[in-house]
Design a protein around this ligand. Structure first.
Ligand code: F6P
Length: 324
């Protein structure tokens, strides 16, 4: 018999489309187990400030299709301090909350791991970030939607690039990870892709620029955090070195984080939300529920935080073969 009667749920770090679908799934799965659910507003900040709202089934109606997060989110430096976590613990005990489900990325799980090593309240995590950079899950909630958003934006830029015979450097998100750039690059037929996981891409970019001459447009996808630089900076350098090209830069920015979640992200969030509640009821602690080979897995927080997820670099060859 589980001793859990009341759970909290929060979203933390960068928002991702599908987080609302995950909140909905957590609430309704918890109600099936006769648990009470409390929404914690603004991530760990709300946990420290005691910003709690009761969540019933109808409070999560009509949100499966909405981007952002109804609970709000934040990055909380205070939760990194022992005093901040102590305050959070006091608030959880005060509200009789016996367990917490956190939806977010590696920073979120880092906080959850620390907290669960210090206090007796179990935490379970659901991977939610557009970056898809979490070890232990094939996909994170929000990645598929962001990918489709980028593909739509790049297609539009391709139209104008072809009309003007231009070269565009398009910067996409991903912090230290190239998943969005690599996969959207293949999906849009990008001529080159720069990602943080590969060094020395400057040389291959120059090789490409010297060798190609008959394309009406060139799209170079630039992942945030790659070793060559940001899109604006690279575009400036390339324009100076190759005056024969007409170069432009475009930083897609936060539009990649918004919008209605794709069918896949709604499905993933729904499955992971139910799985997270099941895991708690099954006495699992300090784990993330992941999705590997279309099945649910449990991965300890310390593994998701410390191990890095491999990106299939062979896909760069695929992109290169198809770009010529
Ligand atoms: O982790 C998601 C992400 O969108 C990264 O891709 C990006 O680097 C970062 O968040 C930007 O975060 P913010 O503008 O919210 O600080």
């Amino acid at each position: 018999m589980s001793m859990i009667k009341k759970i909290g749920v929060l979203t933390s770090g960068g928002d991702a489309p599908g987080m609302n679908a995950a909140i909905r799934a957590v609430v309704r799965a918890a109600l099936r187990h006769n648990l009470e659910v409390v929404g914690i507003r603004k991530g760990y900040k709300g946990l420290i400030d005691g910003e709690f709202v009761p969540l019933a089934s109808r409070n999560v109606s009509n949100i499966i299709q909405r981007g952002g997060t109804i609970l709000g989110t934040a990055r909380s430096p205070e939760f990194r301090t022992p005093e901040g976590r102590q305050k959070a613990y006091g608030n959880l005990v005060g509200a009789s909350i016996n367990a917490v489900i956190v939806i977010g990325g590696d920073g979120t799980f880092n906080g959850a791991g620390l907290f669960s090593s210090e206090f007796d309240i179990p935490f379970v995590g659901i991977p939610g970030t557009i970056d898809n950079d979490l070890y232990g899950t094939d996909y994170t909630i929000g990645y598929d939607t962001a990918l489709n958003t980028v593909v739509e934006a790049v297609d539009r830029i391709r139209d104008t690039a072809s009309a003007h015979d231009r070269m565009f450097f398009i910067e996409v998100m991903g912090r230290g990870a190239g998943f969005i750039a690599l996969h959207s690059g293949i999906a849009t037929g990008a001529e080159a892709i720069l990602i943080p996981e590969v060094d020395g891409q400057e040389d291959s970019l120059h090789d490409y620029l010297k060798s190609q001459g008959n394309k009406s447009s060139n799209i170079i996808l630039v992942a945030e955090g790659n070793s060559v630089g940001g899109a604006e900076q690279i575009a400036k350098q390339i324009q100076e070195k190759y005056p024969e090209y007409d170069v432009r830069a475009n930083v897609l920015g936060h539009m990649q984080r918004g919008g209605s979640p794709s069918a896949f992200d709604r499905f993933l969030a729904s499955r992971l939300g139910v799985a997270a509640v099941d895991a708690l009821m099954d006495n699992q602690r300090s784990i993330m529920v992941g999705f590997v080979n279309h099945d649910i897995v449990h991965v300890p927080f310390n593994k998701t935080i410390n191990a890095s997820k491999n990106l299939n670099k062979i896909l760069l060859d695929v992109a290169d073969i198809l770009a010529h």
